[in-house]
Design a protein around this ligand. Structure first.
Ligand SMILES: Cc1ncc(COP(=O)(O)O)c(C=O)c1O
Length: 357
């Protein structure tokens, strides 16, 4: 058995869901479980949330079918929608909600001859410029959809580009575009808010919110940490010290000999590397946590191992090492890796043993 472990804490997940519900008490919750629930395990997360949320969100049909096949009963929204009549049939048979963001998807619904019905999430491009009908074409899209028997309900949806940046005018602009559009349509349920908007833009909550990263215990904001937001880490990536070396001052460590010991150093070797999804390009001195004490990574990250300076802490071979999670926030490590916690979570590889608590 290898020491690298990913521990998923279900009570932390439910705690974070409660923070969503506290922030948006009147909204239904569509919980994002796409990309294997941000690397946490889509089935496990879906099973944990199943009776507590109103729907689950995935990116594409196969992700939805995998959850249905495994017995998940909540409605599942497919965020990219479907792209062929076969996909449409399969999605309807699996009782999925469909995002519709382009005319070809309305055409597929119009050609559908069967008896099934679903909720359609009409996606508006309010300024993100990724997916969606422009505000100018949205009314016609709505009119087409509301004539179709397959469409049980239409929910107006859009996505924010900068909801995490409270100084940016972009969210105000997007909300204004959406408010103006809503005035041209009959009253519809609306869904705009991701985690950042749930926490920072109450005007955007409406009938459905779509939390992702806050469910997993990370902060959507660069300048606010997760604990300040009362979020708890769901994922902890850990391993163990498998060897300890005494390195003389002036010796170098690891590939490329990039780190030279400035003093006689007690060096810990930890069984985790980029083969496990720990980022190879991490900054020098990125912390790990050993027995509640921080130690800095020195030298390059290898495929299966990292090396840490444990000269100043209590640590012995076999001790547990936390790379991120409980006691060491993934947001902090993400900064050291010049990325976001979303990416860290998604990159943990299959060879890391999973544990559920
Ligand atoms: C359409 C849509 N809604 C909501 C979310 C959730 O965003 P977050 O994880 O920032 O809460 C995402 C995530 O990428 C998304 O693509």
């Amino acid at each position: 058995m290898r020491d690298a472990q990913l521990t998923i804490n279900r009570s932390a997940l439910l705690h974070n869901l409660r923070q969503v519900q506290l922030a948006a008490p009147n909204a239904k919750v569509l919980a994002m479980v796409k990309a294997d629930a941000y690397g946490h395990g889509a089935l496990l997360v879906a099973q944990t949330l199943d009776s507590h949320v109103n729907a689950l969100g995935v990116a594409f049909l196969a992700e939805a079918l995998a959850l249905r096949g495994a017995g998940i009963r909540s409605p599942i929204a497919i965020l990219e929608g479907v792209f062929s009549s076969e996909e449409l049939e399969a999605a309807l048979a699996a009782h999925c909600y469909l995002v519709v963001h382009q005319q070809a998807q309305i055409d597929l619904l119009a050609q559908y001859q069967g008896q099934s019905q679903t909720r359609v999430w009409l996606k508006i491009d309010s300024g993100m410029h990724r997916l969606g009908f422009s505000p100018q074409t949205a009314v016609v899209a709505y009119q087409q959809l509301q004539q179709l028997a397959v469409v049980k309900e239409i929910i107006l949806t859009s996505h924010f580009a900068c909801a995490d940046d409270l100084q940016s005018p972009k969210t105000h602009q997007q909300l204004s575009v959406l408010t103006q559009l809503a005035q041209k349509l009959p009253s519809l349920p609306m869904s705009f808010a991701n985690s950042a908007a749930i926490l920072a833009w109450p005007d955007s909550h409406h009938q459905w919110v779509r939390p992702g990263i806050m469910l997993y215990g990370s902060s959507p904001f660069a300048d606010k940490d997760a604990s300040t937001l009362n979020l708890q880490p769901v994922m902890t990536l850990s391993s163990r010290l498998i060897a300890i070396q005494q390195i003389k001052a002036g010796e170098t460590v690891g590939y490329g000999s990039t780190w030279q010991a400035p003093r006689n150093t007690r060096l810990g070797v930890v069984a985790i590397g980029y083969g496990d999804g720990y980022p190879r390009h991490i900054n020098a001195n990125t912390p790990v946590l050993i027995n509640g004490q921080r130690a800095a990574i020195v030298g390059r990250v290898s495929m299966d191992m990292i090396t840490v300076d444990i000269s100043d802490i209590q640590a012995e071979r076999g001790d547990a090492v936390i790379l991120w999670g409980e006691g060491l926030s993934a947001d902090e490590i993400a900064v050291c890796a010049n990325t976001i916690s979303y990416e860290l979570f998604c990159q943990v590889t299959a060879r890391v043993e999973r544990l559920v608590i």
